[in-house]
Design a protein around this ligand. Structure first.
Ligand SMILES: NC(=O)c1ccc[n+]([C@@H]2O[C@H](COP(=O)([O-])OP(=O)(O)OC[C@H]3O[C@@H](n4cnc5c(N)ncnc54)[C@H](OP(=O)(O)O)[C@@H]3O)[C@@H](O)[C@H]2O)c1
Length: 325
């Protein structure tokens, strides 16, 4: 096999691994063998990756830890941007040298905290040439979640009144931009600190969740994207018009959202983001046209993965976190 992409004559790579669940100290930089690709996969040299709350939850024993507990030691991570260095014999459109980005294998192990990762061609899109790897890596899991919630599930129409909770967050900042693109009137919540950021994304209105309960100042919206969960489900249901829709995304007790909503004539769903090449291609096109602009709160080096996890665990990241290799 032609492996000129490896420096020197080594055929292994650096990866951040997880031998046990716990604090950020359980993330270890180790040497790992390069992944083998299946015919429908490509091998990608990772240039940048991004992390999400689910990365930190899983590291600490929550998130998808139950699914992967028998696969430790594991490599976490799903969101990447990089360069194809090998294409499997069954791939249809990607070839060596292509720049790609996407969310790999979620909610199974993505193995993305590594210098090289194997990914199904069907999970990826070509990275627009004007978008950096760093920015593209952030427009993956969070952007897919926002797109799948607002476009596919809620089918947001022009003129609808939409409330996005944590509109300054990873999912929320994409959701505001997508809701505006779909023609909605958008209210976004966050603390006062992120007010200007949310308005700069195109939101029509900002509500500071620390100043007063949002349900005192918002009413009769058509749609709520609940990114907080827990009591936010009940409180959000109070501000939705009859026949409206709520989509809840934090894992936990959100199965109840459907029942609670139905009881008062509202449609309620919990959704889990899924891998989709066509959706990634839509996101690529929105990035290329400047309709979707990822906001990078902070960029970490690969060696700083523990600090990146600490940042996402703060719950107060504005936009996304990137990690460059
Ligand atoms: N089901 C799925 O497929 C799926 C996919 C993606 C994410 N998720 C989940 O969705 C949740 C959000 O993810 P994310 O990546 O957007 O998180 P994130 O980037 O960490 O969100 C941080 C943002 O939340 C804001 N915030 C914190 N508490 C708030 C409150 N009470 N009201 C309004 N805003 C608040 C913060 O603003 P301030 O600093 O101003 O407070 C901050 O900007 C997480 O639980 C994640 O695991 C689920």
């Amino acid at each position: 096999m032609d492996k000129e992409y490896l420096s020197g004559n080594k055929d292994n790579m650096k990866a951040v691994t997880l031998h046990e669940f716990g604090g950020t100290e359980v993330l270890k930089m180790e040497e790992r063998q390069l992944p083998e690709i299946r015919p429908e996969q490509v091998l990608i040299k990772v240039m940048a990756l991004s992390i999400n709350p689910v990365d930190a939850k899983t590291r600490s024993g929550k998130g998808i830890a139950g699914r992967i507990k028998d696969q430790l030691p594991a490599i976490l991570g799903w969101d990447i941007s990089g360069v194809v260095v090998e294409a499997g014999t069954g791939t249809k459109y990607l070839k060596k040298g292509d720049e790609v980005f996407g969310m790999i294998a979620f909610p199974e192990l993505g193995n993305a905290y590594a210098e090289f990762v194997a990914a199904d061609e069907s999970a990826l899109a070509l990275k627009p040439s004007g978008i950096s790897h760093e920015a593209a890596a952030t427009a993956t899991l969070a952007a897919l979640t926002a797109w799948q919630a607002l476009h596919h599930k809620a089918k947001i129409k022009p003129g609808q009144r939409v409330l996005i909770h944590a509109a300054s967050g990873g999912v929320g900042h994409f959701a505001v931009q997508i809701a505006k693109y779909l023609g909605a009137h958008v209210t976004g919540t966050s603390s006062a600190e992120n007010r200007d950021f949310i308005l700069s994304l195109g939101a029509d209105r900002h509500v500071d969740y620390k100043a007063r309960p949002f349900e005192e100042v918002i009413s009769k919206v058509d749609f709520v994207l609940d990114t907080i969960g827990g009591e936010y489900i009940d409180r959000s249901l109070q501000v939705i018009r009859k026949g409206g829709t709520i989509i809840s995304i934090p894992s936990g007790l959100n199965e109840t959202v459907t029942e609670k909503a139905k009881a008062i004539g509202i449609e309620g769903y919990f959704i889990l983001v899924h891998t989709s090449g066509p959706d990634m291609q839509t996101i690529a096109s929105l990035l290329e046209k400047g309709i979707l602009k990822p906001h990078i709160f902070k960029t970490f080096r690969f060696e700083e993965m523990a600090a990146a996890h600490q940042q996402i665990e703060s719950g107060h990241t504005a936009g996304k976190i990137a990690v460059i290799l």
